[in-house]
Design a binder for this molecule. Structure first.
Ligand code: UDP
Ligand code: UDP
Length: 468
């Protein structure tokens, strides 16, 4: 009897920064061999936002297929969310998400088996610590898809394997330095914020902490070793990857979009900003975005726009609609202040970063943004805030030397003068700026090689599919 067709069930937490890299991985898996099947599954709610015009209920055999000869199917899982749940406190929503999500995902595995398309591997993103157990109970092997740097997984691993005491003890001392295997010395304040932010069980940040703890426990239970796919490449994180012997680690990134993805979450933009970019000289434009989640206060918005104007360079700045709404920002008022730049509510960031006119990225250092910038050879001004962002910024500044880190003031505000200083440091005529640009070009090449045919990440991806 021939072995079953390789069929990956990709399960992801319903956030943009998780769905995007998961979908990119799904497409890469499909590209490896013509017989690979992928079922892509996030919550019904997020699925509805991905495909606003389509029904969320894909019953039947092939009618959920969107492309790839029917080899990619979108099948959302129910997490028990009801309309209007947005108003419930976040921690309550997260608790019911975990309880109902495990059940919803199990139903999908069973439904696919009943349809004669059994899942051969479950691949799940980092905030679904129950996914491995769902797979295990059904005799299906699983792999964690880690969508942050290996260094961050290493920190979490070490925290729950002998180093947690020291970190917890000094968690109120941000400049205290800890030494962890495989990593350069880290200041407490730069560690993933969920480890140090809160020990108060009623705090929503604490629920992220317990989720991560559960995830590490899940990995420990896999035998002989948990498989962890990491959205990084060998060359970018030699030390951290080497220190991860507890897991079977496969760096296979940066996993970038293989085609246009602007239509995934939002109707196509009119993309006037692309025409605007086309008219600008090479490396002249500052691109500014703080990702899909970060909020911004009034003072911060004012300082940012002032700093960009004062930099004297053209800029393309993303201010999300929800940020504008929260600030009651008037369109006319914004236009009055924005003279030398363009402000958009959203853009196709990968396309923007690969545009020749873009010479600098002012970023919050979300891991997706960081990878996209490195892959495009664009040097960065790092403005990290929370989660893994400070560690990501350390990699950018210290390990790869492709960016500078902006300092915020005592109130956490990035001041106009600092915006200007950092942009100059990256785009100016100094030797240091030239070196940053040169390093950015070097890393772009390294990443292209790793992900190209026969490169380290490409080989790991092939090996993973072969083993499924
Ligand atoms: N957003 C967007 N396009 C996307 C993803 C996010 O414009 O593809 C912006 C949009 O302004 C949205 C915000 O990011 O309000 C948060 O998006 P998310 O989907 O995380 O949450 P939502 O606001 O839809 O509940
Ligand atoms: N992004 C985008 N357009 C924007 C802003 C962000 O396409 O205007 C995408 C960006 O390319 C990245 C994702 O949103 O893939 C943000 O993920 P990241 O991990 O950087 O940050 P998060 O949103 O999770 O904080």
């Amino acid at each position: 009897m021939s072995p079953p067709q390789p069929h990956f069930l990709v399960l992801t937490f319903p956030l943009q920064g998780h769905i995007a890299p998961a979908l990119r991985l799904a497409k890469r898996l499909l590209a490896v061999a013509p017989d690979v099947l992928v079922t892509f599954s996030t919550t019904e709610d997020a699925h509805g936002r991905m495909f606003p015009a389509k029904p969320t209920d894909h019953g039947g055999d092939d009618d959920g297929a969107e492309e790839d000869d029917g080899r990619l199917e979108f099948l959302p899982f129910s997490d028990g969310t009801e309309a209007g749940d947005d108003a419930r406190p976040l921690d309550a929503r997260i608790a019911s998400f975990h309880a109902a999500g495990a059940h919803g995902a199990a139903e999908i595995v069973d439904a696919l088996a009943a349809r004669g398309r059994p899942v051969t591997r479950v691949v799940y993103t980092l905030l679904l610590p129950w996914a491995a157990a769902v797979a295990r109970e059904r005799g299906v092997p699983s792999a964690l898809y880690w969508i942050q740097p290996a260094a961050v997984l290493a920190v979490y691993h070490h925290y729950f394997h002998g180093h947690g005491g020291a970190i917890a003890e000094h968690r109120h001392d941000p400049s205290f330095v800890v030494e962890l295997p495989g990593l350069s010395p880290q200041m407490i304040g730069d560690l993933p914020s969920f480890l140090t932010d809160s020990t108060d069980p009623s705090d929503v940040f604490h629920s992220f902490f317990t989720t991560i703890r559960d995830l590490i426990e899940t990995l420990d239970k896999e035998s002989p070793k948990a498989t962890v796919l990491v959205n990084t490449c060998q060359e970018m994180e030699v030390g951290a990857l080497a220190a991860m012997g507890a897991y079977d680690v496969l760096p296979l990134g940066p996993v970038l979009p293989s085609g246009d993805e602007s239509g995934i979450f939002k109707p196509e933009d009119d993309a006037e900003y692309m025409e605007w970019l086309d008219a600008k000289p090479a490396n002249s434009v500052v691109y500014v975005s703080f990702g899909s989640l970060a909020s911004m206060g009034r003072e911060q918005l004012d300082e940012l726009l002032l700093g960009l104007e004062e930099s004297g360079r053209p800029y393309l700045c993303v201010i999300r609609k929800d940020v504008k709404v929260a600030l009651a920002e008037e369109e006319a008022e914004m236009h009055r202040r924005v003279k030398n730049g363009v402000v958009v509510e959203w853009c196709d960031q990968v396309q923007v970063l690969s545009h020749a006119a873009v010479g600098c990225f002012v970023t919050h250092c979300g891991w997706n943004s960081t990878l996209e910038s490195v892959a495009s050879g664009v040097p960065m001004v790092c403005v990290p805030r929370m989660s893994d962002q400070r560690m990501n910024a350390q990699l950018v500044v210290r390990e790869w030397r492709v960016g500078v880190r902006a300092q915020v003031d005592g109130g956490g505000v990035l001041r106009a003068a600092e915006v200007r200083r950092c942009v100059d440091e990256v785009m100016g005529n100094s030797e240091a700026a030239a070196e940053l640009r040169q390093m950015a070009g070097k890393w772009k090449g390294i990443v292209a090689e790793a992900t190209g045919k026969g490169g380290s990440s490409d080989q790991n991806l092939m090996a993973f599919v072969d083993g499924a």
